[in-house]
Design a protein around this ligand. Structure first.
Ligand code: SF4
Ligand code: SF4
Length: 100
């Protein structure tokens, strides 16, 4: 069972992330991402929006596959900065691992 955290998007601000709520899930970032992997990075941004921290932790290994090429950020029509969101999620995951 997945627990949703309504304040998760706000919590992510301490990791440098404050653009996920601007995303309107158009899918451009997932289409342009060279990884072509299961709607990455769009799905990670959607997980932030709905507060699905557990789901991000389940798929945390995918974050480290990001090439930081910047294509997603360059093509995002909402300036949601998905590349930076992936970096922020990595900071969150490392913080979580350190505490556990
Ligand atoms: S391209 Fe931007 S607006 Fe579209 S799904 Fe990706 S982050 Fe969201
Ligand atoms: S920065 Fe990462 S998520 Fe964005 S397009 Fe490149 S590999 Fe994909």
């Amino acid at each position: 069972m997945i627990t949703l955290s309504p304040d998760f998007a706000q919590e992510m601000q301490k990791y440098g992330e404050d653009t996920a709520l601007a995303c309107f899930n158009c899918g451009t970032c997932a289409a342009i991402c060279p990884l072509l992997h299961e709607h990455f990075p769009r799905k990670m941004i959607r997980y932030i929006q709905i507060g699905a921290r557990d789901r991000i932790m389940e798929h945390a290994d995918e974050l480290w596959k990001c090439l930081h090429c910047g294509l997603c950020t360059q093509t995002c029509p909402r300036e949601a900065n998905p590349g930076e969101i992936i970096l922020s999620l990595k900071r969150m995951v490392v913080d979580h691992w350190r505490e556990s």
